[in-house]
Design a protein around this ligand. Structure first.
Ligand code: SF4
Length: 476
């Protein structure tokens, strides 16, 4: 048992606020796992306002991906500092992308913060918390060139639902997209050793996880740095043998690395879902060249066709950036034409935002914000019709759905996801007359399609019985 002044570690409470993406969420869960193992009382919390009075340490794991994320991070830090000033909490520690990227500015502007820890240093969280509690001078750990170190975390303190977990297979990125600042603060691509991934997958399965969501900056680069070969397909096959895991879902595929082996693994490996998340960013050749991205509309379409030929029911998700510097109306229309041809299941669209230090920040002919927004809306309107048609093709079909909760206004309606719906980013399936408990699978028949969601009923009468008893009006 450690002691800090008159306080034992066991009585030192640590609350963590995780901002940003799923990769940050895993880092947050790992940091709390380390502190939990050391004996601290730990919990995730939503914001400084929800931190319990008297909490010893508040950790804010920040995001600095784009301007709005930075603002959210700074506002959160300031709100925590205010609670510290009022004497309601003792220490504020800031971790993650923001101190990694703006270390010196933050140290100068936020002297009330007790420690800063960059993305490559999360393994030091325990000693940093201890130093802060012992009132040692503020620790500032953020190397200029971060290199991720994999943590052997005995138990991640999970944040999401018990049945679905993110599993990070690599960190950092070796690409050089001109709009992106991520490689500068997440560092070069570093794969997690396969045995560590499998151990973690088994540990998550033992805790009741049914769905593994594999994440990285570029999952298709998995293995090259460690084994001298791209090993994603092999990894998927090894993971599919982990007992207890039912679904394995793949995110963040770099298009030019999606080879036949990966397509085959997605189409034919048990438990691996025929779902691919492949950010394409644009489809016009000139814009792609300015973005320093590979391929073009023609080769993208060939890849989409190949994937659908291998797995006709497959669901494809992508994201685009509109309003990149110099994007002409014609170039944008080429993107629309491509979207019409490719007929993706899901599309996310972002307006370009200037990131300090990236090559595109120096490009001229910026597209004005009103045009950017208009283009994003046009793209999303077009995609809405396509998504609806893709959803309509499922009406009358049977699907396996993972129940996650109940509809807010109808407790006899289950809210679920199928293989087509990734957590947080995709749609949902509303299952009428279904009282199956969250975290269980039910077979459903699709009865109706909406642009983002599906409506369904259970296939088995047993799944409907209780709901019909509780509310006979739901049987129509
Ligand atoms: S592949 Fe993704 S993370 Fe890497 S530089 Fe390009 S956009 Fe950034």
């Amino acid at each position: 048992m450690g002691t800090i002044g008159r306080m034992t570690i066991e009585t030192a409470s640590v609350s963590l606020i995780s901002l940003g993406c799923s990769k940050n969420e895993v880092d947050s869960e790992e940091m709390l796992g380390i502190l939990d193992h050391e004996g601290y009382l730990v919990n995730h919390t939503a914001s400084p306002a929800t931190v319990a009075h008297g909490t010893k340490v508040v950790i804010i794991n920040t995001c600095s991906f784009i301007e709005s994320a930075r603002k959210e991070s700074i506002d959160t830090i300031k709100a925590a500092i205010e609670r510290k000033r009022l004497g309601e909490i003792d220490k504020v520690i800031v971790t993650g992308c923001l101190p990694q990227r703006y270390r010196d500015d933050l140290v100068a502007e936020l002297p009330e913060v007790d420690a800063f820890l960059g993305t490559g240093n999360t393994h030091k969280i325990s000693s940093v918390v201890l130093d802060a509690l012992a009132n040692r001078p503020p620790v500032v750990e953020a190397e200029a060139k971060p290199h991720h170190k994999w943590l052997n975390v005995p138990t991640r303190i999970r944040k999401g639902t018990p049945w679905s977990a993110y599993l990070k297979i690599s960190e950092g990125c070796d690409h050089a997209c001109t709009f992106c600042s991520i490689p500068s603060f997440r560092g070069k691509h570093v794969s997690k050793p396969e045995d560590m991934i499998l151990t973690e997958a088994r540990m998550l399965a033992e805790q009741g996880v049914l769905e593994l969501n594999l994440i990285a900056q570029d999952s298709t680069q998995y293995g090259h740095d460690l084994y001298g070969e791209f090993r994603l397909a092999k990894l998927l096959k090894s993971l599919s043998k982990v007992d207890g895991i039912q679904w394995i879902r793949l995110f963040y595929c770099y298009p030019s690395r999606v080879n036949d082996e990966i397509i085959d693994a997605l189409a034919n490996t048990p438990k691996v879902l025929p779902y691919i998340d492949m950010p394409l960013q644009h489809a016009d050749s000139d814009v792609l060249r300015r973005m320093r991205r590979p391929m073009n509309a023609e080769t993208y379409l060939a890849l989409v066709d190949k994937f659908r030929a291998a797995s006709p029911q497959a669901s494809i998700r992508t994201t685009f950036i509109v309003g990149f510097p110099g994007e002409t109306e014609g170039e944008f229309e080429n993107l629309l034409t491509f979207v019409k041809q490719a007929r993706f299941d899901r599309v996310g669209a972002f307006t370009y935002s200037v990131e300090d230090g990236t090559p595109s920040a120096t490009l001229e002919n910026r597209v004005d914000p009103a045009t950017q927004t208009m283009r994003r809306n046009r793209l999303m309107e077009l995609q809405q019709g396509i998504s609806l048609e893709r959803n309509q093709a499922w009406v009358g079909e049977e699907l396996e759905a993972l129940v996650e909760g109940r509809a807010p206004r109808d407790f006899t309606m289950a809210v679920a996801r199928t293989f087509r719906d990734a957590p947080e980013v995709d749609g949902q399936v509303y299952v009428r007359t279904c009282m199956a408990r969250p975290g269980s699978f039910v077979k459903v028949r699709v009865t109706e399609a909406r642009p983002y969601d599906l409506i369904a009923t259970p296939v088995n009468a047993a799944d409907m019985r209780l709901a019909m008893k509780l509310n006979p009006a739901t049987t129509s």
